[in-house]
Design a protein around this ligand. Structure first.
Ligand code: ADP
Ligand code: NI
Length: 220
């Protein structure tokens, strides 16, 4: 449970993020952040030892210093540190939040899995749940269009064992399902997220199977 002071700090952080992500058109807009926060609220009751303030702060801030969302991630990080100081966030909490948002992204975990705190595992699960299911499908096509990627190309194969550099070299939208999104269900940290992932995962499998059928004119 948050105390009054923490509730005020969370609402200030919410405003900060809303302003920072107001011009994002890559699927990392503020509605993504709100869905991630809501998913954290669904996971938190099942992890009673987690520090909910650190989870919610990190959920709100997890994309504001990311180099795919902001132009200069170092400047964004310095600005965030000043903001956290201005809010009088305790030094231990600042360290915990920064560590989570710097380590949790998918591409930072490709070549070597980063050790995360319980709070980090919860935010990472929530972020990944928003990458799968119907919302995940929507975000992926939206992102692909923004990057001028093809939807599908039978001559372009999906790659395995991606490095961070490979990950940044976009493939087709459909290949992104094979290269990342179908792998997320097995990588969930918490039991609650594993449960939530099941239906979303199956929905994506069904969608891509159907998409490929229609692409080939194989549907009846
Ligand atoms: P993370 O949030 O773990 O760092 P990303 O920000 O790279 O991961 O990806 C978030 C979402 O953006 C993905 O789940 C997907 O919907 C979309 N996305 C990222 N890379 C691609 C890509 N190459 N092609 C299509 N969609 C992508
Ligand atoms: Ni995110």
């Amino acid at each position: 449970m948050l105390n009054d002071e923490q509730t005020i700090k969370i609402s200030r952080v919410r405003q900060y993020t809303q302003q920072k992500l107001a011009h994002d058109y890559s699927g990392h807009d503020f509605s993504h952040i709100e869905r991630v926060v809501n998913l954290c609220h669904r996971i938190l009751p099942t992890e009673p030892t987690a520090n909910d303030f650190v989870v919610l702060m990190s959920a709100y801030l997890h994309d504001v210093i990311d180099d795919k969302v902001v132009e200069n991630s170092l400047a964004a990080k310095n600005e965030l540190l000043l903001f956290l100081q201005e809010l009088s966030i305790l030094p231990d909490e600042q360290i915990a939040i920064l560590e989570i948002i710097e380590k949790m992204s998918y591409c930072k975990n490709l070549t070597q899995k980063q050790a995360l705190s319980l709070e980090g595992m919860i935010v990472q699960d929530a972020d990944r749940l928003d990458a799968i299911g119907a919302i995940g499908i929507g975000r992926t096509f939206y992102y692909g269009g923004n990057k001028k990627n093809q939807m599908h190309d039978l001559n372009q194969a999906a790659r395995a064992d991606l490095t961070e550099v490979d990950y940044r070299h976009s493939n087709t939208v459909i290949n992104h399902f094979y290269e990342k999104l179908f792998l997320l269900q097995a990588q969930m940290n918490t039991e609650a997220a594993k449960q939530l992932a099941q239906e979303r995962h199956q929905f994506m499998l069904d969608f891509v199977a159907r998409f490929e059928k229609e692409w080939l004119g194989d549907d009846q």
